[in-house]
Design a protein around this ligand. Structure first.
Ligand code: FMN
Length: 184
């Protein structure tokens, strides 16, 4: 199903970052080609080296790193993507995209791509239930962005509530559905 599919995975700065490893492993085993873009904040939680090793591709963090290379990376990644999955998706990246902000590599690629974009949010329950976050999600849904609802479960804050990253099976199932529903 995912064989030879170009999937760009955006990783943002949440405690669930480490869970992206299992998702990349699964998709690689299924034959997908994975390119990872991390936000600078995500690199506080997990290293680019880990995701480079798992994806077998260079991980991009900094928009301006490759000044001598005339391949405009944000455009080439945006074009290359068959699907773009943001996992975990912070309140911040959702807010930025919902408001047209493109101030780092990930938000710029999301702005520049015509591929389907799927967000898997994970955050504290109060953040998730914040009306601003919910409005941003609704706005993005209206524009055709897809969301994988977080689970109710044990949060990093030490109690049970909504905001836990959806499990791998749910994320994969949604990716399949989105790809089948809107091949480019
Ligand atoms: C320990 C720790 C855990 C965090 N976990 C989350 C999280 O799960 N979800 C979230 O939206 N923000 C979380 N944050 C806050 C984000 O890191 C912060 O909003 C940051 O600006 C996000 O940047 P990014 O979206 O560019 O990666 C966490 C911060 C810290 C210090």
């Amino acid at each position: 199903m995912f064989k030879n599919l170009n999937i760009v995975i955006g990783v943002t700065g949440g405690i669930a970052c480490y869970k992206v490893c299992g998702i990349i492993n699964y998709l690689k085993k299924e034959g997908a080609n994975i390119d990872v873009i991390m936000t600078k904040n995500a690199t506080n939680f997990i290293t680019p080296l880990t995701l480079e090793t798992l994806s077998n591709n260079k991980v991009v963090v900094d928009m301006f790193e490759n000044k001598t290379n005339y391949n405009v990376e944000h455009i080439s990644l945006a074009k290359k993507a068959d699907l773009l999955l943001v996992v975990p998706a912070t309140a911040n990246i959702i807010g930025k995209v919902a408001n047209g902000i493109a101030d780092d590599m990930l938000s710029t690629v999301i702005m520049a791509t015509k591929a389907k974009v799927v967000f898997a949010p994970a955050m504290n329950d109060a953040m998730y239930e914040n009306k601003i976050v919910q409005d941003n999600i609704e706005k993005l849904k209206k524009y055709g962005y897809k969301f994988i609802e977080p689970d109710v479960g044990a949060l990093a804050c030490g109690y049970q509530a909504i905001g836990k990253l959806a499990n791998k099976e749910k994320i994969i199932k949604t990716l399949k559905k989105v790809w089948e529903g809107g091949k480019k």
